[in-house]
Write a new protein. Structure first.
Length: 287
């Protein structure tokens, strides 16, 4: 499923901005260090056994600040191996510390770690760097990657995006089997977690939930194949992803925004949107 030959650098610049902002928003909403220490103490007092090796509140907050500052600098166009290393390692360490409370947390937003790592393999600044005050050359002396590297990174990000859906569908099949598609699981989720629309659907015949369940499984398991079949129409791939998440948001109020938002730079937006975004940032900076 090779991406189109043109626009890889522009798409990666948009993906860099998207990933950076998503990481910064995630870091901003993580629980403070004192709250995590208190939670560990409650677990130990409740008989949960000794806690695994963990950071102190001060160490955790220092890591979180390092992750925030280094990621912000990278998002705004700073480009050096040391900065990329600091952003990747500090954000991964913060994520690992938080995930120790519940290992399933890794499945929630670890895609941001993967995207940050992939984008760190190339210079993905594009014209956005000049828009935020960074020149094309940051003085590191590193040679700009070849267009082939940009294409490979874009391909890897798109494949990983599709694999997340396949993983989700496969887990449903492995854990619940064909019974997941009979509608009872989804109808129960609508009843328990759904908003007004979801609760209304939970009172409809189970055949409604069964059809939605089957459609969900088909979408998730076949998404990588659809990426290949529609490789010349990336916008159709991205719009189908956004529509899928919109339906989940409309019935259960769950957005998975940190995943769905990447459909925009990877598939939906035209590569020319990078230039328009750069102009908007430049205008904002001047004001």
């Amino acid at each position: 499923m090779p991406p189109e030959n043109t626009g890889a650098r522009q798409r990666l610049a948009l993906a860099r901005l998207t990933t950076g902002l998503a990481i910064l928003n995630t870091l901003r909403h993580l629980p403070p260090g004192d709250a995590l220490v208190d939670e560990w103490s409650r677990k130990e007092d409740g008989g949960g056994g000794p806690a695994p090796r963990r950071l102190s509140a001060e160490q955790y907050e220092a890591l979180r600040r390092l992750a925030f500052v280094s990621t912000a600098a990278w998002t705004l166009g700073a480009e050096s191996k040391a900065l990329k290393f600091a952003a990747n390692v500090s954000f991964a360490a913060v994520q690992r510390h938080v995930a120790q409370f519940d290992q399933r947390a890794w499945n929630y937003n670890s895609n941001l770690n993967v995207y940050l790592l992939l984008l760190s393999l190339t210079d993905s600044r594009g014209s956005l760097a000049g828009a935020v005050g960074e020149g094309a050359d940051d003085g590191t002396g590193d040679e700009a990657p070849s267009p082939g590297v940009d294409t490979a990174v874009l391909l890897a990000m798109r494949l990983y995006y599709g694999c997340l859906y396949f993983q989700s569908g496969l887990s449903k099949v492995l854990l619940s089997g064909p019974a997941w598609a009979d509608g009872r699981t989804l109808r129960g989720s609508w009843a328990e977690l759904g908003n007004r629309a979801g609760k209304w659907l939970s009172r409809r015949p189970v055949t409604v939930a069964a059809a939605a369940s089957a459609a969900t499984l088909a979408f998730e398991l076949l998404f990588p194949a659809a990426q290949f079949a529609l490789r010349g129409r990336p916008r159709a791939v991205g719009l189908s992803s956004l529509a899928f998440h919109a339906s989940i948001k409309a019935t259960m109020g769950i957005s998975f925004w940190h995943h769905a938002v990447h459909a925009l730079p990877l598939f939906v937006l035209d590569p020319g949107a990078e230039r328009h975004t750069a102009r908007l940032l430049r205008s904002f900076r001047k004001r």
